[in-house]
Write a protein that binds this ligand. Structure first.
Ligand SMILES: [Mg+2]
Length: 271
């Protein structure tokens, strides 16, 4: 049996804690206009809806303006869901992922500098998530946010909700490490008996943890309320290691997190 509560609870940010769809789209659109100033000032009707449908494929912010580019070039959301390959789009545009990532970060910084309240208002937190993290604060479980966005943006949003997890507990793009490597470091820094649970809305990010040696004991949860597809959730239900998690389960006791998934083989201890 897994311990009743993890030593470390690692959480993705976008699609697990916070729904920033309106912000992603607005930031991506503004970044795209910086990269391609000839684009019309306002997005065409329907672009947000297509962008939102493709969001489950996005790993990092630099891909978001490329989704806009692909949709404006005539690809449908279904085309992109069938095959999302941002590298050829970058090559076509003569840009690097660093160029696009920097454009997105600059847009966010400029937006915050101009109207921080407006930027914050473009995000919403999933019901019960802030309360759950608030209840864990000061207890035996350490909550750590592991995100592909810049940590300073996540910290600002959490602070607005009254959650100060501390600089060492919000690990973003600035860390320069993929999520599995960050989880490995969290485990190595903890006591030998430490247990780590990881909640993520992107199935591929969980699959990457499964493939990483040394992470065999990490309990994996797919946040079914986040940016994933029915196909992803079905794959998680069939997976011997990943447990699909509902928002109600997340908000409740850890003991209920693997309800319905516990007839499957157990994972070995971390070390
Ligand atoms: Mg996510």
């Amino acid at each position: 049996m897994p311990p009743r509560a993890p030593t470390i609870l690692a959480l993705d940010f976008d699609g697990v804690i916070c729904d920033g769809m309106r912000e992603y789209f607005a930031a991506a659109w503004r970044a795209w206009r910086r990269l391609r100033p000839s684009v019309a000032p306002n997005p065409p009707p329907g672009l947000l809806e297509g962008f939102a449908r493709v969001r489950p494929l996005i790993e990092s912010g630099w891909e978001m303006p490329l989704v806009i580019h692909a949709l404006l070039s005539g690809a449908s959301a279904d085309d992109l869901l069938g095959s999302w390959r941002p590298a050829p789009l970058l090559a076509q545009l003569g840009l690097t992922r660093e160029d696009v990532a920097a454009a997105v970060d600059r847009v966010r910084d400029a937006w915050i500098a101009a109207d921080e309240a407006d930027w914050l208002d473009h995000h919403r937190f999933y019901p019960g998530v802030v309360e759950k993290l608030g209840r864990l604060a000061g207890g035996p479980t350490r909550s750590v946010v592991v995100t592909t966005k810049e940590g300073r943006f996540a910290r600002k949003l959490l602070a607005r909700q009254g959650l100060e997890l501390g600089a060492g507990n919000v690990l973003g793009k600035e860390v320069g490490q993929p999520k599995p490597a960050i989880l490995r470091e969290l485990i190595d820094a903890g006591p030998p008996t430490a247990s780590l649970w990881f909640v993520e809305d992107r199935l591929e990010a969980l699959a990457a943890v499964k493939r990483t040696p040394g992470l065999d004991g990490v309990e994996l949860f797919l946040a079914s309320w986040g940016y994933n597809t029915e196909r992803d959730r079905e794959a998680a239900r069939r997976d011997d290691r990943i447990a699909p998690l509902s928002l109600e389960q997340f908000a409740g006791d850890f003991a209920g997190w693997r309800a319905g998934a516990d007839d499957r083989p157990r994972t070995p201890p971390l070390r």
